[in-house]
Design a protein around this ligand. Structure first.
Ligand code: GTP
Ligand code: MG
Length: 198
């Protein structure tokens, strides 16, 4: 198996329109999930570099489509989160339009990392996104974030509850991670290496 050196990550480009997207020929991995779920933090944690992607306690930090190159082996895409109600309505719409257009652009999306906060009941948007992924046959990993906020026992209880309220199959790839204490990250990296470069 070819290993991916996740520490070799670099910023590539900010795109404000879907037409601005680079064509690199690399497999494209997209992070989706509601605003504040920890998409940008996960990119930084994977890369071991806190300064790579912008993180903020204020939801709506990522407003464009931001591309990162990991070790010349993966193109990783940080998307604006959905459900950011604190933004003006026009802005919220523009974010989700960008997200929508992105998924409808016909780009060769190789894998979606769909992030859901382990502590919260999935929102209608979370469910809708999962339905969309299922209906389009887009391959995805489900990544439950912020697991440092719970005990291990609580994490496994929550995962069981999630499998009841969300429509994902038993053989779906599910990860419980923390970008803060790095729990679950090695498993996720390993799975990404296997998925793309076995
Ligand atoms: N405790 C804990 N906090 C986290 C974790 N991941 C992210 N956070 C915090 O959650 C907040 C939002 O993180 P971001 O990575 O900016 O979230 P995002 O999904 O990129 O948000 P948008 O760009 O608004 O869509 C920040 O305050 C992070 O420090 C985690 O694993 N554990
Ligand atoms: Mg972000």
């Amino acid at each position: 198996m070819t290993a991916i050196n996740f520490n070799k990550a670099r910023f590539i480009k900010v795109a404000v329109k879907v037409n601005d997207l680079p064509d690199t020929g690399l497999p494209e991995v997209v992070l989706s999930g509601r605003s504040n779920v920890g998409k940008s933090s996960l990119i930084n944690a994977l890369a071991n570099n806190r300064k790579l992607a912008k993180v903020s306690q204020t939801p709506g930090k990522t407003r464009e489509i931001i591309y990162f190159n990991f070790d010349d082996k993966l193109l990783v895409t940080d998307l604006p989160g959905y459900g950011y109600s604190a933004a003006s309505k026009g802005k919220t719409q523009a974010f989700s339009e960008l997200c929508d257009n992105y998924f409808r652009s016909g780009r060769n999306i190789s894998l979606v990392l769909h992030l859901i906060d382990i502590r919260h009941e999935p929102s209608d948007n979370d469910k809708a996104m999962l339905e969309f992924l299922n209906s389009q046959n887009l391959p995805y990993f489900l990544v439950f974030t912020k697991c440092d906020k719970m005990s291990r026992a609580q994490v496994s209880r929550s995962l069981q509850m999630m499998s009841k309220s969300l429509d994902f199959s038993e053989d779906a790839c599910v990860f419980a991670i923390s970008s803060q204490n790095k729990a679950g990250l090695e498993d996720l990296k390993q799975a990404l290496c296997e998925y793309f470069y076995k």
